[in-house]
Design a protein around this ligand. Structure first.
Ligand SMILES: [Zn+2]
Length: 268
């Protein structure tokens, strides 16, 4: 369990879905409130992620005794530092125990938009219904369901995904042994073999800091989730989503760049 710090509160406000509890160890230094100065959030007016600060003037508490945080509710208000117009508000309920502090969001303004990634939407267009459901489940923190939908989507689209990688490697490294490995991955074989092959079948340029998103994807999908908690499933569902997002967006933009380059040079 993590200790409750400003960093944890920031990340909780930014990403936690409504009505899901998170539990933290009590910090060593007693907090008087959950207050933090700033978060990062998407500003609709600016059209991008911006820092949001609490710009309310803080009343000087001279002479007032500092009370320790107690069970109850907290209100947060942050304003975009760039446009100074958009405001994000959060309502938090906290339960303070002997050793831990539990918090949940019970209100959020504006309503959180579902994260829609156009590249992924396009890639999974044959499976759009499952993709939509996966996104809804992720945004509500329904981990078990999100994981099940994502697994189904990946199963239905594995060949398409491998072919996208294969096509890229054929263009970039036509003599690579990875071409053979990727063709191997297209065939029916036990999951344990697939993980091993996937871990060697990705070129360096698709492995940020040596992290192999294809291998990670197979790994996470192969592990059974029947005994895992909703929270652990949510964590795995997010790993699957991030691996897919990285691979597909990276490969799609490489493909687009190649096409543009070829058509430019061809016309000169
Ligand atoms: Zn703004």
């Amino acid at each position: 369990m993590e200790v409750l710090t400003d960093k944890e509160i920031k990340s909780f406000l930014e990403t936690a879905p409504l009505y899901t509890w998170a539990e933290f160890k009590k910090p060593h230094v007693t907090r008087s409130s959950l207050w933090i100065e700033a978060i990062d959030s998407f500003c609709e007016k600016c059209g991008m992620v911006r820092p949001f600060h609490d710009m309310r003037s803080r009343g000087g508490g001279t002479g007032m005794a500092v009370k320790a945080l107690s069970t109850g509710t907290s209100y947060f208000e942050f304003t975009c530092v760039t446009c100074r117009k958009e405001r994000h508000e959060y309502l938090i309920e906290q339960t303070v125990g002997d050793k831990t502090i539990k918090i949940q969001k019970y209100g959020q303004l504006p309503r959180k938009h579902l994260e829609r990634d156009r590249t992924l939407q396009k890639f999974f267009s044959d499976d759009s219904e499952n993709y939509e459901k996966a996104i809804v489940c992720l945004s509500h923190g329904y981990g078990i369901a999100a994981f099940a939908y994502l697994r189904r989507i990946v199963e239905n689209n594995t060949i398409k995904l491998i072919d996208l990688v294969l096509n890229d490697v054929q263009c970039s490294e036509p003599n690579s042994k990875m071409i053979e490995l990727l063709s191997e991955l297209r065939k029916e074989s036990p999951m344990s073999d697939k993980i091993k092959i996937a871990n060697e079948a990705l070129p360096e340029y698709l492995k940020p800091d040596g992290l192999n998103p294809l291998g990670r994807l197979y790994q996470v999908l192969s592990e059974g989730v029947h005994s895992l908690s909703d929270e652990e499933c949510l964590n795995r569902a997010n790993i699957v989503k991030e691996c897919l997002k990285y691979l597909i967006s990276e490969l799609s933009s490489r493909k687009k760049n190649r096409r543009q380059f070829k058509s430019m040079i061809g016309s000169l």
